[in-house]
Design a protein around this ligand. Sequence first.
Ligand code: DGL
Length: 267
Amino acid sequence: MHAERPIGIFDSGVGGLSVVKALLEQMPAESFVYFGDTANVPYGNKSVPELFSLSRRIIAYFIRREVKAIIVACGTQSSNTLPVLEKECPVPIVGMLKPGIETALEVSDKKYIAVLATQATVSSRAYTKEIKNRCPDGRVLETACPAFVPLVENGQLEGEKTIMEVKKVAERIKKEPFDTLILGCTHYPFLINLIKKELDCGLHFVDPASATVAATMKILRNLNLLRTNDPSAVDHEFLVSGPPESFMKVGQLLLGTVVDEVQKIAL
Ligand code: DGL
């Protein structure tokens, strides 16, 4: 494997762009191939077998493309399939769960952690199990927010409907005395301003993207696979399984002109 090879990153749609943002900040010299599985979004209402079949197809594609590492930029896949995929995957594969939990446990004083995530993530109880594993006295409150992903996919980051949905979630969890909140779905950081408005009272907010990218960087450095060549000569590829136009429009809203070309592919 060569350092010049790209990193493969995938999500159900535009959510993983919150991870791409962290990647561009921390590893600007890396090339990447992003795959948004927009023909199958949302992942949050899929069964575990469905999630396996979707992620295995994407990983097989990335391996054909000879990526040097894979970032599972999706909380749902990280919670439900990653422990098995890690054993199958011939290149390093990193997910959102552990890096996010490590950060949360570092910043949390009371070790009472709320997790906003998709229904499939909440049903897996992966966050609760992993937090309890590392901190048996810790408390975890996992809450599904099924309305958030379609809103972000449509680029509705503000407006009455979005505010109402964020308020509903805030009302549900407000009375619990947690001190740290993990954004357990990669779509949610794009709603952070509204979430903070409804819930901010000295809370620690954790977007696992930054720690996930840092973990990937550490692995690549250890394997001597960090790209050190000219950062201006990198290649950023955005691929989708659904209509490329809508991904491009919302992608530019979320990440700017980095999303300059989007191609539809069949895996
Ligand atoms: N962004 C993904 C996650 O982090 C998937 C959300 C969805 O498609 O439901 O969970």
